[in-house]
Design a protein around this ligand. Structure first.
Ligand code: G3I
Length: 369
């Protein structure tokens, strides 16, 4: 680590932390093996995992996946960037591989994600502003993707991340330029409904727990869309949270989101070690905080009525696969956001997840708090 010049406060913090962590055994790696029951067996709702098709061929990965999870989300291969070729043709090799694996192993698949501001394929960019042609491509793309898996993918993220990152209003997107900021969302859901009436249609967003102002903007958008009759069947809260999330944030978010009476999918759960510029806490301390955060989060979700709990999806299998290690905007190669370490071992956060899931299942109506 480049020794940046530390302020007086940061230097004191460093000395204190090294001293304290010295008591705990600085960087103490508590390697006591942790065993958990198969996670999917602990709750009545599907427990999902984000996957890449290339990883499914590895027997160790497949064994760990099939033992613990009952639902899959394509981490990248069902999105526009993977599917829409520069000439507008649709490509499905990755998506088909995930579908084949899921079918072979009787796993449910959650479709992710039809329309997203981050993906603006060339084929669309060329037609930007040419309303008739852009509309035809937009509609045919949704029909082509959902139609291919009609009746085999029971739920889709139809629109991903429509609210501005700072929570101030809706994002300005190429989709919004052509159909209006709400219009592209309405159209996507209408075409999706026509294409596969059997699929539950979700709208998916991040930071709904961490940013109450963004949650408010999301809820205002939901109200406007539902008032227009947009066929939204569920809410996806991505839940990319971290060890420093304020206590009670998840409970407050679930209370607000549950007010729509729609099923909620915790769609991309991971708990990063946070984004502090200088973090002197030991790994052992961060793992303990992560387990506490997981307990609070899952207990808050599991306290919702069963009809509002669609599924919980973890955003990857091994820490080594986590997007947050390679995130171009803020990579952290030492982060441990997922449930299994690089060797497939369970961690304190895994035990916390299992206990919070199972705790509810073992509760009887008499002792349900
Ligand atoms: O498959 C190609 C490969 O052929 C190519 O050589 C390589 C280099 O360009 O790229 C590979 O595709 C990458 C893909 O992941 C599969 O690994 C893309 O570049 C890369 O951008 C993509 O990143 C994914 C990202 O979404 C964009 O789709 C991340 O894995 C995934 O974790 C992340 O997930 C998003 C959710 O969809 C929405 N919520 C936020 C979350 C994190 O950003």
């Amino acid at each position: 680590m480049k020794l940046a010049t530390l302020s007086r406060r940061e230097s004191l913090g460093a000395i204190l932390a090294l001293g304290l962590s010295g008591c705990e055994g600085y960087g103490a790696q508590d390697d006591t093996p942790i065993t958990v029951p198969p996670l999917k067996s602990l709750a009545s709702l599907p427990i999902g995992c984000a996957v890449m098709s290339a990883k499914l061929a590895d027997p160790t990965t497949s064994t760990l996946l099939l033992k613990n999870f009952s639902q899959l989300t394509a981490e990248a291969e069902m999105k526009m960037a993977a599917i829409v070729a520069p000439d507008g043709r649709l490509r499905f090799s990755g998506a088909d591989a995930i579908m084949a694996y899921a079918q072979q192993n009787k796993l449910r698949v959650h479709g992710h994600a039809l329309v997203w501001h981050k993906h603006e394929p060339e084929a669309f960019l060329r037609l930007d502003g040419n309303k008739p042609a852009f509309t035809a491509l937009y509609d045919n793309y949704i029909r082509g993707v959902m139609g291919r898996y009609r009746g085999r993918i029971p739920s889709w993220d139809v629109v991903n991340e429509p609210v501005n990152g700072d929570g101030l209003g809706l994002r300005a997107t190429m989709w919004g330029r052509n159909f209006g900021d709400l219009g592209y969302i309405e159209r996507a859901f209408q075409i999706a409904r026509e294409t596969d009436p059997s699929a539950k249609l979700f709208i998916n967003e991040y930071d709904l727990e961490l940013k109450p102002e963004k949650r408010l903007a999301f809820m205002q958008m939901m109200e406007a869309l539902l008032k227009k009759g947009t066929p939204i069947d569920g809410i996806g809260t991505q839940s990319h949270i971290n060890i420093d999330m304020p206590k009670g944030a998840a409970k407050a978010a679930f209370k607000d989101l549950a007010s729509f009476g729609l099923p909620i999918h915790v769609s991309e759960l991971d708990i990063s070690f946070g984004h502090r510029r200088f973090d002197w806490r030991s790994v052992k301390t961060k793992r303990a905080l992560q387990a506490e955060q997981m307990t609070d989060f899952v207990q808050a979700f599991m306290a919702l009525p069963e009809k509002l709990r669609y599924a919980i999806t973890i955003w990857g299998l091994y820490d080594s696969d986590s997007f947050w290690r390679v995130n171009p905007e803020d990579p952290n190669p030492d982060d441990e956001p997922l449930l299994f370490d690089g060797a497939g071992r369970a961690k304190p956060v895994t035990a916390a997840f299992a206990n919070a899931l199972g705790g509810i299942k073992s509760m009887t109506p008499a002792n349900a708090g």
